[in-house]
Write a protein that binds this ligand. Sequence first.
Ligand code: NAD
Length: 483
Amino acid sequence: IPVDPFDLVIFGGTGDLARRKILPGLFRRFCAGQMPENARVIGAARTEMDRAGYQQMIREAIAEFNGDFEHDKAQLDGFIDRLEYVAIDAKGEDGWAELQKLMAGTERVEAYYFSVSPALFGDLAERLQQWGMADAQSRIVVEKPFGRDLKTAQALNATLAKYFDESQIYRIDHYLGKETVQNLMAVRFGNMLFEPLWNSQYVDHIQITVAETVGVGGRGEYYDKSGAMRDMVQNHLMQLLCLIAMEPPARFDPDAVRDEKLKVIRALDPVLPHHIARGQYQAEPCNEAEQPGYRTAVGDPRSRTESFVALKTHISNWRWAGTPFYLRTGKRMAARSSEITVVFKETPHSIFTEDAGRHRNVLSIRLQPNEGITLGVTIKEPGPGGMRLVDVPLDMTFADALGPDGSEQVDAYERLIMDVIRGNQTLFMRGDEVEAAWAWTDPIIQGWEARNDVPKPYDSGSDGPTDANELMRRDQRQWREYS
Ligand code: NAD
């Protein structure tokens, strides 16, 4: 179903994110027939080039980043024809008159995607207002990072609030655009089966792992000022934690959902120092030139920024009191995987004397790779071997509905951008959520700074520092295999 006619201006339209995710995602929506006839996508960036130059750039980007997506030349030409370009300076006056002219007099949804450094968010918002483009109908999409602590996030929220109402601001977290994340909500709230068990009486613990195999790559300078806690935990892992732990909202509408998420964040216990493991990856042995260690990659031999963090926290509310939540994320780990696992308690008594095993139901929600949800159930081992039990996965994934690996993130972006055009904020973070997440994260980071904490080294291609396993072992638990 096509969305309403729209103009989408992408500030930073020549940047990495625009070329890798946003425009390939829009192209897929175009091919799906979701972009109405007269919709326009307007790249706006500092680079001097004309419309034809931009169209060529995006043609190449689609070939490079969307190559495996089946389409014909007519579709590509049709999409490219929708592209406009304005060379613009967020901090100066160049290009604004031209953009204003392009946007003037059109009766359609106007969305402005801020795919630029957050340092420019305020300038863009101010310029949009100055040039009469920030009316009550317009929407802005802002990328991460949203601040680096509570203070900066509050300042950013205050700046944007000068020019836009909260209902116009779409803070993007592409994890929320993933099919499986939405399926998680369908599974939780569309079935009678799970919700009665979704509490500390039946759930032993919950794990959230976001493991990457890549290192900091070319982002070293930026990453070293941030670290895993700011770059991953405060936003992505926190959002996943909220969706898994929140109370059922009354309706699947933006504020009902976000009110419940906010309550989760506010109920999070502070994290005790001995409930955190911090790490920094080492060079890959015999391959130091290509896979350098963290400190070499960021160019600071004394860097104390973590590329890995694992922690245990609790949600102090009626539902979750006593159920630990274990979060872990890191770079240069053994496999690329994002997974939420709900580990249920063991049955209180085993009636099968021939079976020596201990069995638990485990619900795994896998975001990447191979998005899907599986429920581990215990059945009889087939054959005449007596009442021995075996754990088998019950697959709750419609695999055919999902794209092949690699297109997953594009998939998340395309869904979220269409939500912006539809005016649906459910899968976007509200300002108070972001601030509450920083209010929980800040003391952890401040604690490290006060103690001059040095992250523990860990081998590239491993599961992180041994402290992370120790965190689990102390509780007689273990991390789930994620490879
Ligand atoms: P990039 O450096 O590749 O591109 C930056 C873009 O901003 C370019 O198009 C450049 O022309 C434009 N720009 C810079 N200064 C400008 C100015 N004064 N006026 C107008 N335009 C200007 O950056 P990116 O990787 O595309 O990231 C963009 C945003 O998205 C950042 O906030 C980043 O944190 C966020 N983000 C990026 C990724 C990613 O995978 N690249 C992932 C998540 C979030």
